[in-house]
Design a protein around this ligand. Structure first.
Ligand code: ACO
Length: 377
Protein backbone atom coordinates (compact mmCIF):
# COMPACT_ATOMS: atom_id res chain seq x y z
CA UNK A 1 0.00 0.00 0.00
CA UNK A 2 1.42 3.42 -0.86
CA UNK A 3 0.35 6.68 0.80
CA UNK A 4 1.72 9.36 -1.56
CA UNK A 5 -0.60 11.94 -3.09
CA UNK A 6 -2.92 11.55 -0.09
CA UNK A 7 -4.31 8.37 -1.58
CA UNK A 8 -3.87 4.80 -0.47
CA UNK A 9 -3.47 2.34 -3.33
CA UNK A 10 -4.60 -1.18 -2.55
CA UNK A 11 -3.22 -3.19 -5.43
CA UNK A 12 -5.81 -5.65 -6.71
CA UNK A 13 -8.28 -4.28 -4.11
CA UNK A 14 -6.98 -7.02 -1.81
CA UNK A 15 -9.03 -7.14 1.42
CA UNK A 16 -10.97 -3.99 0.50
CA UNK A 17 -14.64 -4.24 1.52
CA UNK A 18 -16.43 -2.44 -1.33
CA UNK A 19 -19.93 -2.76 0.16
CA UNK A 20 -21.93 -4.55 2.83
CA UNK A 21 -23.58 -7.77 1.71
CA UNK A 22 -25.91 -10.32 3.31
CA UNK A 23 -25.66 -12.86 0.50
CA UNK A 24 -22.56 -14.94 1.13
CA UNK A 25 -19.54 -15.01 3.38
CA UNK A 26 -16.17 -16.36 2.28
CA UNK A 27 -14.31 -17.20 5.48
CA UNK A 28 -10.52 -17.08 4.92
CA UNK A 29 -10.21 -19.99 7.35
CA UNK A 30 -11.91 -22.24 4.84
CA UNK A 31 -15.69 -21.95 5.11
CA UNK A 32 -18.42 -20.59 2.84
CA UNK A 33 -21.88 -19.44 3.91
CA UNK A 34 -24.93 -18.66 1.76
CA UNK A 35 -27.26 -16.34 3.72
CA UNK A 36 -25.76 -17.68 6.92
CA UNK A 37 -25.98 -21.39 6.00
CA UNK A 38 -22.67 -23.22 5.89
CA UNK A 39 -22.39 -24.90 2.48
CA UNK A 40 -21.25 -28.08 4.24
CA UNK A 41 -24.76 -28.28 5.71
CA UNK A 42 -26.45 -27.53 2.39
CA UNK A 43 -24.57 -29.44 -0.25
CA UNK A 44 -25.95 -32.94 0.31
CA UNK A 45 -29.39 -31.80 1.42
CA UNK A 46 -30.70 -29.22 -1.03
CA UNK A 47 -31.26 -28.95 -4.75
CA UNK A 48 -29.80 -26.13 -6.81
CA UNK A 49 -33.35 -24.72 -7.22
CA UNK A 50 -33.57 -24.28 -3.43
CA UNK A 51 -30.21 -22.50 -3.37
CA UNK A 52 -31.18 -20.23 -6.28
CA UNK A 53 -34.38 -19.35 -4.39
CA UNK A 54 -32.37 -18.76 -1.20
CA UNK A 55 -30.00 -16.36 -2.96
CA UNK A 56 -32.68 -14.37 -4.77
CA UNK A 57 -35.33 -14.32 -1.99
CA UNK A 58 -32.90 -14.45 0.96
CA UNK A 59 -34.73 -17.36 2.61
CA UNK A 60 -34.99 -21.09 2.03
CA UNK A 61 -38.32 -21.91 0.37
CA UNK A 62 -40.99 -24.04 2.01
CA UNK A 63 -42.42 -26.86 -0.12
CA UNK A 64 -45.14 -24.71 -1.64
CA UNK A 65 -42.73 -21.89 -2.51
CA UNK A 66 -40.28 -24.37 -3.98
CA UNK A 67 -42.94 -26.04 -6.14
CA UNK A 68 -44.01 -22.64 -7.45
CA UNK A 69 -40.39 -21.59 -8.10
CA UNK A 70 -39.66 -24.84 -9.97
CA UNK A 71 -42.67 -24.27 -12.22
CA UNK A 72 -41.56 -20.67 -12.76
CA UNK A 73 -38.05 -21.82 -13.74
CA UNK A 74 -39.15 -24.55 -16.13
CA UNK A 75 -41.66 -22.26 -17.85
CA UNK A 76 -39.03 -19.54 -18.26
CA UNK A 77 -36.39 -21.86 -19.73
CA UNK A 78 -37.58 -21.44 -23.31
CA UNK A 79 -35.55 -18.93 -25.30
CA UNK A 80 -36.99 -16.44 -27.81
CA UNK A 81 -36.65 -17.90 -31.34
CA UNK A 82 -34.26 -15.17 -32.60
CA UNK A 83 -31.87 -16.04 -29.76
CA UNK A 84 -31.92 -19.72 -30.70
CA UNK A 85 -31.27 -18.81 -34.35
CA UNK A 86 -28.47 -16.44 -33.39
CA UNK A 87 -26.79 -19.08 -31.21
CA UNK A 88 -27.02 -21.58 -34.07
CA UNK A 89 -25.52 -19.04 -36.47
CA UNK A 90 -22.51 -18.22 -34.26
CA UNK A 91 -19.19 -18.93 -35.94
CA UNK A 92 -17.63 -22.25 -34.96
CA UNK A 93 -14.38 -20.35 -34.48
CA UNK A 94 -15.90 -18.24 -31.75
CA UNK A 95 -15.13 -19.56 -28.24
CA UNK A 96 -18.38 -20.69 -26.56
CA UNK A 97 -17.95 -18.26 -23.66
CA UNK A 98 -17.87 -15.36 -26.14
CA UNK A 99 -21.11 -16.58 -27.70
CA UNK A 100 -22.73 -16.79 -24.26
CA UNK A 101 -21.60 -13.26 -23.37
CA UNK A 102 -22.99 -11.88 -26.62
CA UNK A 103 -26.27 -13.77 -26.45
CA UNK A 104 -27.02 -12.75 -22.86
CA UNK A 105 -26.65 -9.17 -23.99
CA UNK A 106 -28.85 -9.95 -27.02
CA UNK A 107 -31.48 -11.55 -24.75
CA UNK A 108 -32.08 -8.13 -23.18
CA UNK A 109 -33.76 -7.12 -26.45
CA UNK A 110 -36.52 -9.68 -25.87
CA UNK A 111 -37.25 -9.09 -22.20
CA UNK A 112 -41.04 -9.43 -21.88
CA UNK A 113 -41.13 -6.68 -19.25
CA UNK A 114 -39.21 -4.22 -21.38
CA UNK A 115 -38.21 -1.13 -19.48
CA UNK A 116 -40.02 -1.96 -16.25
CA UNK A 117 -37.17 -1.76 -13.75
CA UNK A 118 -39.31 -1.97 -10.60
CA UNK A 119 -38.07 -4.23 -7.81
CA UNK A 120 -40.81 -6.80 -8.60
CA UNK A 121 -39.93 -6.85 -12.32
CA UNK A 122 -36.23 -7.18 -11.49
CA UNK A 123 -36.91 -10.14 -9.18
CA UNK A 124 -38.86 -11.86 -11.99
CA UNK A 125 -36.05 -10.97 -14.41
CA UNK A 126 -33.56 -12.59 -12.01
CA UNK A 127 -35.50 -15.88 -12.11
CA UNK A 128 -35.76 -15.64 -15.90
CA UNK A 129 -32.02 -15.26 -16.25
CA UNK A 130 -31.40 -18.18 -13.86
CA UNK A 131 -33.71 -20.25 -16.08
CA UNK A 132 -32.52 -19.07 -19.49
CA UNK A 133 -28.77 -19.03 -19.16
CA UNK A 134 -28.41 -22.85 -18.88
CA UNK A 135 -30.79 -23.19 -21.86
CA UNK A 136 -28.47 -20.97 -23.88
CA UNK A 137 -25.53 -23.17 -22.90
CA UNK A 138 -27.40 -26.36 -23.81
CA UNK A 139 -28.53 -24.82 -27.12
CA UNK A 140 -24.99 -23.84 -28.02
CA UNK A 141 -23.58 -27.19 -26.92
CA UNK A 142 -26.01 -29.14 -29.07
CA UNK A 143 -25.94 -26.85 -32.07
CA UNK A 144 -22.14 -27.20 -32.19
CA UNK A 145 -22.67 -30.94 -32.43
CA UNK A 146 -25.43 -30.63 -35.05
CA UNK A 147 -27.87 -32.20 -32.58
CA UNK A 148 -31.52 -31.20 -32.23
CA UNK A 149 -32.35 -28.64 -29.55
CA UNK A 150 -34.40 -30.11 -26.70
CA UNK A 151 -37.18 -28.55 -24.65
CA UNK A 152 -37.13 -28.96 -20.85
CA UNK A 153 -39.37 -31.58 -19.27
CA UNK A 154 -41.77 -30.47 -16.55
CA UNK A 155 -41.23 -33.57 -14.43
CA UNK A 156 -37.47 -32.93 -14.08
CA UNK A 157 -35.87 -30.72 -11.48
CA UNK A 158 -33.92 -27.75 -12.85
CA UNK A 159 -30.38 -29.19 -12.61
CA UNK A 160 -31.60 -32.46 -14.13
CA UNK A 161 -33.27 -30.57 -16.97
CA UNK A 162 -30.05 -28.70 -17.70
CA UNK A 163 -28.04 -31.89 -18.07
CA UNK A 164 -30.82 -33.54 -20.08
CA UNK A 165 -31.09 -30.58 -22.48
CA UNK A 166 -27.33 -30.53 -22.89
CA UNK A 167 -26.58 -34.21 -23.37
CA UNK A 168 -29.89 -35.41 -24.77
CA UNK A 169 -30.18 -38.39 -22.42
CA UNK A 170 -32.13 -38.62 -19.19
CA UNK A 171 -29.52 -38.29 -16.44
CA UNK A 172 -29.35 -41.23 -14.04
CA UNK A 173 -29.55 -40.82 -10.27
CA UNK A 174 -25.80 -40.45 -9.81
CA UNK A 175 -25.42 -37.87 -12.59
CA UNK A 176 -28.35 -35.90 -11.21
CA UNK A 177 -26.84 -35.91 -7.71
CA UNK A 178 -23.48 -34.78 -9.06
CA UNK A 179 -25.10 -32.04 -11.09
CA UNK A 180 -27.07 -30.77 -8.08
CA UNK A 181 -23.96 -30.69 -5.92
CA UNK A 182 -21.86 -29.03 -8.61
CA UNK A 183 -24.45 -26.29 -9.13
CA UNK A 184 -24.99 -25.73 -5.40
CA UNK A 185 -21.24 -25.34 -4.85
CA UNK A 186 -20.83 -22.84 -7.68
CA UNK A 187 -23.88 -20.70 -6.93
CA UNK A 188 -22.21 -17.82 -5.12
CA UNK A 189 -18.92 -16.69 -3.65
CA UNK A 190 -18.89 -13.22 -2.12
CA UNK A 191 -17.33 -10.35 -4.07
CA UNK A 192 -15.41 -12.47 -6.57
CA UNK A 193 -14.28 -10.65 -9.72
CA UNK A 194 -17.29 -11.47 -11.93
CA UNK A 195 -19.82 -10.66 -9.20
CA UNK A 196 -18.04 -7.41 -8.52
CA UNK A 197 -18.13 -6.59 -12.24
CA UNK A 198 -21.89 -7.26 -12.25
CA UNK A 199 -22.35 -5.02 -9.21
CA UNK A 200 -20.30 -2.18 -10.72
CA UNK A 201 -22.52 -2.26 -13.81
CA UNK A 202 -25.70 -2.45 -11.70
CA UNK A 203 -24.46 0.42 -9.52
CA UNK A 204 -24.88 2.79 -12.47
CA UNK A 205 -28.56 1.72 -12.53
CA UNK A 206 -27.90 -0.15 -15.73
CA UNK A 207 -30.11 -3.16 -16.48
CA UNK A 208 -29.60 -6.74 -15.31
CA UNK A 209 -28.63 -8.08 -18.77
CA UNK A 210 -25.81 -5.55 -18.96
CA UNK A 211 -24.65 -6.54 -15.46
CA UNK A 212 -24.66 -10.25 -16.33
CA UNK A 213 -22.86 -9.54 -19.61
CA UNK A 214 -20.10 -7.79 -17.62
CA UNK A 215 -19.97 -10.75 -15.26
CA UNK A 216 -19.58 -13.30 -18.06
CA UNK A 217 -16.82 -11.27 -19.69
CA UNK A 218 -15.02 -11.26 -16.34
CA UNK A 219 -15.61 -14.91 -15.49
CA UNK A 220 -14.06 -16.11 -18.73
CA UNK A 221 -10.53 -15.02 -17.84
CA UNK A 222 -8.12 -17.84 -16.88
CA UNK A 223 -7.43 -16.29 -13.48
CA UNK A 224 -11.14 -16.75 -12.68
CA UNK A 225 -13.67 -19.19 -14.21
CA UNK A 226 -11.52 -19.84 -17.26
CA UNK A 227 -9.06 -21.74 -15.02
CA UNK A 228 -11.00 -25.03 -15.19
CA UNK A 229 -10.43 -25.37 -18.93
CA UNK A 230 -6.71 -24.76 -18.36
CA UNK A 231 -6.71 -27.38 -15.58
CA UNK A 232 -7.94 -29.96 -18.07
CA UNK A 233 -5.29 -28.90 -20.59
CA UNK A 234 -2.66 -29.46 -17.89
CA UNK A 235 -4.08 -32.87 -16.96
CA UNK A 236 -4.16 -33.90 -20.61
CA UNK A 237 -0.57 -32.67 -21.01
CA UNK A 238 0.66 -34.97 -18.25
CA UNK A 239 0.56 -38.47 -19.67
CA UNK A 240 1.87 -40.44 -16.73
CA UNK A 241 1.73 -39.93 -12.98
CA UNK A 242 5.52 -40.19 -12.90
CA UNK A 243 5.72 -36.96 -14.93
CA UNK A 244 3.78 -34.89 -12.37
CA UNK A 245 6.71 -33.70 -10.25
CA UNK A 246 8.81 -32.59 -13.19
CA UNK A 247 5.84 -30.91 -14.87
CA UNK A 248 4.87 -28.92 -11.77
CA UNK A 249 8.47 -27.97 -11.01
CA UNK A 250 8.88 -26.83 -14.62
CA UNK A 251 5.92 -24.46 -14.27
CA UNK A 252 7.23 -23.11 -10.97
CA UNK A 253 10.74 -22.64 -12.39
CA UNK A 254 9.23 -20.68 -15.29
CA UNK A 255 7.26 -18.58 -12.73
CA UNK A 256 4.01 -19.77 -14.23
CA UNK A 257 0.81 -20.17 -12.24
CA UNK A 258 -0.52 -23.67 -11.74
CA UNK A 259 -4.09 -23.51 -12.85
CA UNK A 260 -6.72 -24.47 -10.30
CA UNK A 261 -4.48 -23.52 -7.35
CA UNK A 262 -4.34 -20.54 -5.03
CA UNK A 263 -7.04 -18.17 -3.92
CA UNK A 264 -7.30 -14.51 -3.08
CA UNK A 265 -9.33 -15.03 0.10
CA UNK A 266 -8.82 -18.55 1.46
CA UNK A 267 -5.74 -19.02 3.55
CA UNK A 268 -6.83 -22.59 4.31
CA UNK A 269 -8.41 -25.21 2.01
CA UNK A 270 -11.20 -23.99 -0.26
CA UNK A 271 -14.25 -25.60 1.44
CA UNK A 272 -15.73 -26.53 -1.93
CA UNK A 273 -12.73 -28.67 -2.87
CA UNK A 274 -13.53 -31.58 -0.54
CA UNK A 275 -17.05 -31.83 -1.97
CA UNK A 276 -15.82 -31.64 -5.55
CA UNK A 277 -13.16 -34.24 -4.82
CA UNK A 278 -16.01 -36.42 -3.50
CA UNK A 279 -17.99 -35.84 -6.69
CA UNK A 280 -15.03 -37.01 -8.72
CA UNK A 281 -14.57 -40.08 -6.50
CA UNK A 282 -18.15 -41.06 -7.39
CA UNK A 283 -17.02 -41.44 -11.01
CA UNK A 284 -13.76 -43.23 -10.35
CA UNK A 285 -15.18 -46.48 -11.70
CA UNK A 286 -14.40 -45.08 -15.15
CA UNK A 287 -10.79 -45.50 -16.22
CA UNK A 288 -10.41 -41.92 -17.46
CA UNK A 289 -11.79 -40.30 -14.27
CA UNK A 290 -9.79 -42.57 -12.02
CA UNK A 291 -6.62 -41.75 -13.99
CA UNK A 292 -7.32 -38.00 -13.84
CA UNK A 293 -8.15 -38.26 -10.14
CA UNK A 294 -4.83 -39.98 -9.36
CA UNK A 295 -2.96 -37.29 -11.27
CA UNK A 296 -4.90 -34.59 -9.40
CA UNK A 297 -4.02 -36.07 -6.02
CA UNK A 298 -0.35 -36.15 -6.98
CA UNK A 299 -0.40 -32.59 -8.30
CA UNK A 300 -2.16 -31.46 -5.12
CA UNK A 301 0.58 -33.03 -2.97
CA UNK A 302 3.47 -31.70 -5.04
CA UNK A 303 2.06 -28.15 -5.22
CA UNK A 304 1.41 -28.10 -1.48
CA UNK A 305 4.91 -29.41 -0.79
CA UNK A 306 6.54 -26.76 -3.00
CA UNK A 307 4.27 -23.70 -2.61
CA UNK A 308 2.02 -24.41 0.41
CA UNK A 309 -1.06 -23.55 -1.64
CA UNK A 310 -4.27 -25.54 -2.03
CA UNK A 311 -6.48 -26.36 -5.00
CA UNK A 312 -9.38 -23.98 -5.58
CA UNK A 313 -12.89 -24.76 -6.84
CA UNK A 314 -11.76 -25.05 -10.46
CA UNK A 315 -9.34 -27.93 -9.91
CA UNK A 316 -11.62 -30.88 -9.17
CA UNK A 317 -14.54 -29.12 -10.89
CA UNK A 318 -12.70 -29.68 -14.17
CA UNK A 319 -12.55 -33.43 -13.58
CA UNK A 320 -16.18 -33.50 -12.38
CA UNK A 321 -17.32 -31.84 -15.62
CA UNK A 322 -15.16 -34.18 -17.67
CA UNK A 323 -16.74 -37.12 -15.84
CA UNK A 324 -20.17 -35.78 -16.78
CA UNK A 325 -19.03 -35.88 -20.41
CA UNK A 326 -18.72 -32.12 -20.91
CA UNK A 327 -16.03 -30.90 -23.29
CA UNK A 328 -13.50 -28.54 -21.76
CA UNK A 329 -14.27 -25.41 -23.78
CA UNK A 330 -17.71 -25.54 -22.13
CA UNK A 331 -16.40 -25.70 -18.53
CA UNK A 332 -16.66 -21.94 -17.89
CA UNK A 333 -20.20 -21.97 -19.30
CA UNK A 334 -21.15 -24.67 -16.82
CA UNK A 335 -19.76 -22.46 -14.08
CA UNK A 336 -21.75 -19.46 -15.39
CA UNK A 337 -24.94 -21.57 -15.49
CA UNK A 338 -24.72 -21.97 -11.71
CA UNK A 339 -23.14 -18.64 -10.76
CA UNK A 340 -25.94 -16.78 -12.52
CA UNK A 341 -28.04 -17.17 -9.34
CA UNK A 342 -25.35 -15.41 -7.30
CA UNK A 343 -24.86 -12.71 -9.91
CA UNK A 344 -28.52 -11.75 -10.08
CA UNK A 345 -28.88 -11.89 -6.27
CA UNK A 346 -25.98 -9.45 -5.99
CA UNK A 347 -27.41 -7.21 -8.69
CA UNK A 348 -30.70 -7.02 -6.74
CA UNK A 349 -28.77 -6.20 -3.57
CA UNK A 350 -26.78 -3.54 -5.41
CA UNK A 351 -29.98 -1.90 -6.72
CA UNK A 352 -31.19 -1.74 -3.12
CA UNK A 353 -27.93 -0.24 -1.91
CA UNK A 354 -28.26 2.38 -4.67
CA UNK A 355 -24.73 3.74 -4.54
CA UNK A 356 -22.41 4.23 -7.51
CA UNK A 357 -19.33 1.99 -7.25
CA UNK A 358 -16.61 4.24 -8.49
CA UNK A 359 -13.14 4.05 -6.92
CA UNK A 360 -10.38 6.49 -7.68
CA UNK A 361 -6.82 5.91 -8.79
CA UNK A 362 -3.52 7.34 -7.76
CA UNK A 363 -2.18 9.27 -10.72
CA UNK A 364 1.46 8.45 -11.44
CA UNK A 365 1.65 10.03 -14.90
CA UNK A 366 3.23 13.32 -15.96
CA UNK A 367 2.00 16.92 -15.70
CA UNK A 368 2.72 19.99 -17.82
CA UNK A 369 3.87 18.29 -21.00
CA UNK A 370 4.31 20.88 -23.79
CA UNK A 371 1.71 20.38 -26.53
CA UNK A 372 3.17 19.75 -30.00
CA UNK A 373 0.84 20.29 -32.99
CA UNK A 374 0.22 17.25 -35.22
CA UNK A 375 2.33 18.58 -38.11
CA UNK A 376 5.36 18.87 -35.81
CA UNK A 377 5.15 15.46 -34.08
N1 ACO B 1 0.54 -21.34 -8.95
C1 ACO B 1 1.74 -21.03 -8.43
N2 ACO B 1 1.92 -20.10 -7.48
C2 ACO B 1 0.82 -19.48 -7.04
C3 ACO B 1 -0.46 -19.74 -7.54
C4 ACO B 1 -0.58 -20.72 -8.54
N3 ACO B 1 -1.75 -21.06 -9.03
N4 ACO B 1 -1.36 -18.97 -6.91
C5 ACO B 1 -0.68 -18.22 -6.07
N5 ACO B 1 0.63 -18.53 -6.13
C6 ACO B 1 1.71 -17.94 -5.35
C7 ACO B 1 2.16 -16.63 -5.97
O1 ACO B 1 3.16 -16.79 -6.91
C8 ACO B 1 2.64 -15.90 -4.74
O2 ACO B 1 3.88 -16.46 -4.37
P1 ACO B 1 5.08 -15.55 -3.84
O3 ACO B 1 4.54 -14.92 -2.60
O4 ACO B 1 6.17 -16.53 -3.66
O5 ACO B 1 5.30 -14.56 -4.93
C9 ACO B 1 1.65 -16.31 -3.67
O6 ACO B 1 1.20 -17.60 -4.06
C10 ACO B 1 0.46 -15.36 -3.55
O7 ACO B 1 -0.19 -15.30 -4.79
P2 ACO B 1 -0.89 -14.04 -5.44
O8 ACO B 1 -0.62 -14.03 -6.91
O9 ACO B 1 -0.54 -12.82 -4.66
O10 ACO B 1 -2.36 -14.37 -5.20
P3 ACO B 1 -3.58 -13.52 -5.74
O11 ACO B 1 -4.52 -13.43 -4.61
O12 ACO B 1 -3.16 -12.25 -6.38
O13 ACO B 1 -4.15 -14.44 -6.90
C11 ACO B 1 -5.27 -16.16 -8.00
C12 ACO B 1 -5.15 -15.35 -6.70
C13 ACO B 1 -5.47 -15.22 -9.17
C14 ACO B 1 -6.46 -17.09 -7.88
C15 ACO B 1 -3.97 -16.98 -8.17
O14 ACO B 1 -3.84 -17.89 -7.11
C16 ACO B 1 -3.93 -17.69 -9.51
O15 ACO B 1 -3.55 -17.09 -10.51
N6 ACO B 1 -4.31 -19.01 -9.57
C17 ACO B 1 -4.32 -19.74 -10.79
C18 ACO B 1 -5.60 -19.44 -11.60
C19 ACO B 1 -6.80 -20.06 -10.95
O16 ACO B 1 -6.83 -21.20 -10.57
N7 ACO B 1 -7.87 -19.25 -10.88
C20 ACO B 1 -9.15 -19.66 -10.31
C21 ACO B 1 -9.37 -19.03 -8.97
S1 ACO B 1 -10.86 -19.55 -8.21
C22 ACO B 1 -12.06 -18.85 -9.17
O17 ACO B 1 -11.92 -17.75 -9.59
C23 ACO B 1 -13.21 -19.58 -9.49
Amino acid sequence: MSEEDGKAVVRGLRDVAAAESRISYVDPNGALYYLGYNIDDLVERVTYSEVAYLLVHQKLPNQQELDKFRIELVSEMKLPDPIVESIKAASLNCPPMDVLRTEVSHLGEYDPEGRDFSAAANTRRASRLIAQLPTMVATLYRSRRYQPILAPRRKFDFAQNFLYMLKGAIPNEKETKVMQRFMVLHADHGFNASTFAARVTASTNSDMYSAVTSAIGTLKGPLHGGASEKVMEMLDDIYLEEEVEEYVQGLLDDKKKIMGFGHRVYKAQDPRTKHLRGIVEDFCHSFRTSDLYDKCKMIENVVYERKKIYPNVDFYAAVAMDALGISKEFFPLFFASSRISGWVAHVLEQYEDAVLLRPSSKYVGEFGRPFIPLENR
